[in-house]
Design a protein around this ligand. Sequence first.
Ligand code: 5GP
Length: 224
Amino acid sequence: MCRGPDDKSLVIRYRDTATALNGEKRAELAGKGLLNAAISHLLFAYLAENGIATHLIQVLDEESALVKKAAIVPVEVIVRNRAAGGFSQKYGVPEGTALLNTVLEFCLKSDALGDPMLNHSHITALGLASEAELAEMTRQALVINGLLCTLCEKAGMTLIDFKLEFGRYDDSLILCDEISPDSCRLWDTDTGKKLDKDRFRRDLGDVLGGYREVLRRLRHARSL
Ligand code: 5GP
């Protein structure tokens, strides 16, 4: 992240560094930044076309973009359509189990504390976000989930779960950070094959093969 041409913008660069287990596991995956940039820019453009306000101003090159300098709300919003990962572990539910409704979780954005889960009263008590902001993040997260599920379905992928970050900019909340296989679980709909960062977290091999497949399928789905 570096300064943009004025004090209301920033240049973000997508890194090749992959981390897991709260930073304990780390590797350089040459080309990951380029893939995540392409995937995230495609998804942000799609969301913007469908009425979601995002931080993206302009794609600069294959691995960087000019974005609005928003004040990031220190609350990660996790949306879950199926059980997996932390949810499966915490509640003892097999991965892939369909959920009877969409699950929304809020977590403190703090690597040092391991991103602990927060409820609404924690968030307002700690002054992390107001009730109105929470309602707006909830509304936007559900709309984004619907839009992403539709696109992924066209791409033959199931959107299992994902993480969003929002920021304050000009008195409103806008979607920030990135949406990529680093922050989503995406499974091949027919085979259940994992195409996301779980390939790195779980040593499943050919991490970038999964990311390339996600990009190829999303490009195709966008062209339909
Ligand atoms: P889980 O809680 O199961 O580990 O993660 C749920 C979803 O949110 C997964 O798609 C995961 O990739 C994403 N996620 C959760 N925390 C983070 C985070 O700190 N960084 C990123 N990039 N993604 C996260």
